[in-house]
Design a protein around this ligand. Structure first.
Ligand SMILES: C[S@@+](CC[C@H](N)C(=O)[O-])C[C@H]1O[C@@H](n2cnc3c(N)ncnc32)[C@H](O)[C@@H]1O
Length: 304
């Protein structure tokens, strides 16, 4: 059975419906052009990095990266709902001893395109193993840039709260006098803190640095991100039943996260090999998800 959702806008002459929970094989620019306006609550993706991985899929030359991406981000802006977010997981390379600037140039160009660069989250790869380079240390973080269409966007901060845990046991056990009154900001921002407000609380809001392990098993794709990465952003920026797009879906990680969290998805992948891998991962996840929803006593032995 094909799931469909009505796009949230009404076209004057006809109404297109959108086929959802689907991985589309094709070039994302072409596929995006056929999708209706303003239908996605969240776009989460990790595009091919500049000049990287030429052996596995077509790399984009560094000097052409911005001009390659801008027509795609134009379409992404069109298909995103006004209150939606676009999270772009990306990290610029170092070439000939110098960090490249194409990500910074892309941010400026996307601002000119009408996007708001709302936030930059950092994914700290906490299980990175050490290495030795003559002029730098191992790269252990990537950017997750948040772009929005307007200042008011959907955000569910409570969904990603973290246990107060060790911080509370150490910091809150020894409150100073300033901690117990509102400590006005030293930079004059007007955002003072009163740390004692967190006394007795079990959960606190996280920072914009995500400490997530990379996954050792790359599920047949050389550049897959860990399931925990899309999961965190899907929880933060969507509700159950919302629709998520990943235009460079690779092995299907974003779709698997959506299934686990009861969100709908559309993924686009250019390479047949990865498209098939994504379908396989999704079928496996759907079977497990279905099984988890059947109480044990009703489960048929054949399903086990
Ligand atoms: C960095 S990988 C994404 C990996 C994915 N996040 C995962 O967890 O498996 C980028 C993917 O984009 C695909 N790709 C590259 N150019 C594309 C295009 N123009 N349209 C659709 N997919 C494309 C590549 O084949 C690759 O699988």
């Amino acid at each position: 059975m094909v799931n469909t959702v009505e796009p949230s806008y009404k076209e004057p002459t006809f109404r297109r419906t959108l086929e959802i929970d689907k991985i589309i094989h094709g070039d994302c620019l072409t596929v995006l052009k056929a999708l209706p306006d303003a239908c996605f609550d969240l776009i989460f993706t990790s595009p091919p990095y500049a000049d990287n991985r030429k052996k596995t899929y077509k790399g984009v030359p560094i000097r052409h990266y911005v001009e390659w991406f801008l027509p795609i981000s134009h379409e992404l802006k069109r298909v995103l709902k006004p209150e939606g977010s676009f999270i772009l997981n990306i990290k610029e390379r170092a070439v000939n001893g110098e960090r490249q600037t194409y990500v910074l140039e892309l941010i400026l160009a996307m601002k000119k395109q009408g996007w708001l660069w709302t936030e930059e989250y950092i994914w700290h790869k906490k299980n990175c193993y050490p290495g030795k380079w003559p002029n730098r240390f191992r790269d252990a973080w990537e950017r997750c840039l948040q772009f929005t269409k307007q200042k008011r966007f959907k955000m569910f901060q409570e969904a990603v709260m973290v246990p107060v845990g060790d911080w509370a046991n150490g910091r809150l056990a020894k409150l100073s006098d300033t901690d117990q009154i509102r400590d006005e900001s030293h930079v004059g921002s007007g955002f003072g803190k009163n740390i004692s407000h967190w006394l007795g609380r079990e959960y606190a809001y996280p920072t914009n640095v995500l400490h997530l392990a990379t996954e050792c098993a790359n599920r047949g794709h050389s550049a897959s991100f860990p399931l925990s990465l899309p999961t965190w952003f899907i929880k933060l920026f969507t509700e159950e039943g919302d629709l998520v797009l990943d235009p460079f879906i690779g092995s299907g990680t974003t779709a698997v996260a959506c299934i686990k969290l009861n969100r709908y998805y559309i993924g686009i992948e250019m390479m047949k090999r990865y498209h098939d891998l994504a379908i396989e991962a999704i079928e496996k996840e759907k079977n497990e998800h279905r099984r988890a929803r059947i109480p044990n006593k009703q489960m048929s032995p054949r399903l086990l």
